[in-house]
Design a protein around this ligand. Structure first.
Ligand code: SF4
Length: 282
């Protein structure tokens, strides 16, 4: 159904491609990871961008690459050192997964989409993005920005990942990297989740979702947010020290959930217990 709809609207697809390309020529964002084709640097940027805003990722990306300039350097480092370098970005499982990915292939990154996808913690989106941006493969993939833009333009609503990848596959121009960078920029700058700026959007004349009121905000429960914060605080506290007793962590954070969250961090491999004290993994 979806393929038919997209196939039968070639003029619309051409129009969208042209508008995207024209807008990107003059106004695309100049971001440090767009100036490299080093697969490792692209991977680091993609993992960081998964949950963090671009403005915070830029300095963190530079600092991380200056600390671990190659995938081998990252593979040689201890997880504790990687978590220290990640400090401030949050969602520390990403750092753990990146470290595991670096170690899983003897300090080399696969070049195929399937090989990248098979790395621990690296999903289809990240594998596609690295293959496209670093290896210049013409591969379809969709992050949340792409899902919003392609979905609203062609379906009048946010697409599922599967729908967005199918539409993307139909539209992919020869320079797939430029195309995806442009869609991501349009998603971030205009086609925002909650308040799309349709009046200024370069795709407005071609968009079926123009005037969209945006998605209803989905608030995480306060409890879930706080849990995540406490995880981050614990890792940040431990980043400055060799180890702390559970009691000292409880006193520092003053929250009854600390023991449970320490146990969860241990299960995730993000902290370890040494002689009754908690520290980042060595
Ligand atoms: S016109 Fe509005 S809904 Fe359509 S792509 Fe642009 S910002 Fe998104």
């Amino acid at each position: 159904m979806l393929r038919k709809q997209v196939y039968t609207e070639r003029a619309h697809a051409r129009d969208v491609r042209r508008r995207v390309s024209r807008w990107y020529s003059g106004q695309g964002r100049d971001l440090p990871w767009r100036r490299t084709r080093d697969p490792y640097a692209v991977l680091v940027s993609e993992v960081m961008l998964q949950q963090t805003q671009v403005s915070r990722v830029v300095p963190a990306y530079r600092a991380f690459l200056s600390r671990f300039p190659t995938v081998r350097a990252l593979a040689r480092a201890s997880l504790g050192d990687v978590l220290r370098a990640w400090s401030g970005l949050g969602y520390n499982r990403r750092a753990r997964d990146l470290h595991r990915a670096a170690r899983s292939n003897r300090g080399r990154l696969p070049t195929s989409v399937d090989g990248l996808d098979a790395l621990p913690g690296i999903g289809a989106y990240t594998a596609g993005a690295v293959a496209c941006f670093a290896h210049r493969r013409r591969v379809a993939f969709a992050d949340t920005n792409v899902r919003r833009v392609l979905g609203r333009v062609f379906l009048g609503r946010v697409a599922t990942e599967r729908e967005a990848v199918a539409i993307d596959r139909e539209l992919l121009p020869r320079d797939a990297a430029r195309w995806h960078h442009a869609l991501m920029d349009i998603g971030a700058l205009f086609c925002r989740a909650r308040s799309p700026r349709c009046d200024e959007c370069p795709l407005a004349p071609a968009c079926r979702g123009r005037g969209s009121r945006g998605d209803v905000a989905r608030h995480q429960s306060t409890f879930a947010t706080s849990d995540r914060r406490i995880r981050g605080w614990i890792v940040t506290l431990l980043a400055d020290r060799d180890a702390m007793t559970p009691r000292a962590l409880e006193d520092a954070i003053a929250d009854e959930r600390v023991p449970r969250i320490i146990a969860a961090l241990e299960r995730d491999g993000l902290v370890e217990r040494r002689a009754g004290r908690i520290g980042l993994p060595r």
